[in-house]
Ligand binder design. Structure first.
Ligand code: KG4
Ligand code: ZN
Length: 331
């Protein structure tokens, strides 16, 4: 079955074609325009999606070497995310599905990030743990089987990606902050500053990153006059504090669930220190790292999950809504 997937939940406009579990095309347009504002401007994101979607859908079809009439289903993200941005993708998807006379399925962005791990290893066995670390979420999931997910715990406040983004802004680096801090941390001494690792000793699966960002702010303020501060050391220490928290809760999740297979998902899953630390702390046979291009927002994960849903007999009625603030029920 050939499925076209659309992702517009934040500042990435993305379209992909999946055929029988294989990604035939994966077109992602990152909206660089937000970088000059130090973060995503919702209204600009929606307008950019509108501008880009038509051409990107054609590009995805062309590069997949299929005809538009070969498409048998449309999958589209309907939450969580920015309301206006979600609406542009959902409206476009509904119009396309109606025009082609094919079925449509709405996709939860978080589920798609998790299921992106199957793009890396299609023989991945249930159950497994998934650390979902993106710009909006930091959650630890127990994935029992398809469509049976248990939220073990999450951040009380900022997400790990948000900590990178806000930290970068304090350090005068560009948006998105994760890759910038990672670059700046190269060669820096990560033991130089002992930033707080909130909740690291609690025996609950929970995270908190807002105090870390404040601590960075105070640290940088103390150098305002003197300028005597090594940015590489600061970035390396800050990055290490975030990664330490993530690793410690992964260890706790393994202890509490007895499940040893570990996967990661979301934009922060691109982070090299996080990947290296996971590799150092856990057996490589138990670790699944999604390909870098499937970590940050993309539509391959949407078209792939969409096809799986269609195969399970799922489809959406055309009047489905968007869910900007979707939050999973805690089991
Ligand atoms: O999954 P994603 O593309 O969008 C959301 O669903 O939020 O994640 C974006 C987040 C941003 O906060 C960005 O700073 C972070 O992922 N990120 C990284 C890296 N690349 C992207 N964080 C740390 N290290 C990276 N290399
Ligand atoms: Zn995402």
């Amino acid at each position: 079955m050939i499925v076209l997937g659309i992702e517009t939940s934040c500042d990435e406009t993305a379209v992909s074609i999946c055929k029988n579990g294989n990604i035939l095309s994966n077109i992602v347009g990152s909206q660089l325009i937000h970088s000059e504002f130090g973060g995503v401007v919702p209204e600009i994101a929606s307008r950019e999606h509108e501008k880009l979607l038509y051409n990107m859908a054609n590009e995805a079809i062309e590069s997949a070497k299929i005809k538009v009439t070969d498409i048998k289903g449309i999958a589209v993200t309907n939450g969580p995310g920015l309301a206006g941005a979600l609406l542009t993708g959902v409206s476009f998807a509904k119009g396309l599905a109606m025009g082609l006379g094919v079925k449509i399925v709405s996709i939860n962005h978080l589920e798609a990030h998790i299921i992106a791990n199957f793009l890396e290893r299609d023989n991945l066995n249930f159950p497994f743990l998934c650390l979902l670390v993106s710009g909006g979420h930091t959650q630890l999931w127990l994935i029992k089987e398809m469509e049976n997910y248990y939220l073990l715990g999450e951040s009380r406040d900022d997400a790990a990606g948000e900590a990178f983004d806000k930290g970068a802004r304090i350090l005068g680096l560009k948006y998105p902050g994760g890759p910038e801090i990672e670059k700046c941390a190269k060669g820096g001494n990560s033991d130089r500053i002992n930033f707080p690792r909130a909740l690291i000793h609690s025996n609950k699966i929970e995270f908190s990153f807002s105090g870390l960002k404040t601590s960075l702010l105070y640290y940088m303020d103390s150098f305002k006059e003197s300028n005597d501060c090594n940015l590489n050391d600061v970035a390396a220490s800050y990055q290490k504090a975030i990664v330490d928290c993530l690793i410690s809760k992964m260890k706790l999740a393994i202890k509490l669930t007895g499940v040893n297979t570990i996967s990661i998902a979301g934009g922060v899953a691109k982070n090299k220190l996080l990947r290296e630390s996971l590799a150092k702390n856990f057996k490589s046979d138990d670790l699944i790292f999604p390909d870098l291009k499937y970590c940050t927002d993309n539509a391959a994960m949407i078209s792939y999950l969409g096809e799986l849903k269609f195969k399970l007999g799922k489809e959406s009625k055309f009047d489905f809504s968007i869910y900007p603030n979707f939050h999973p029920k805690k089991n």
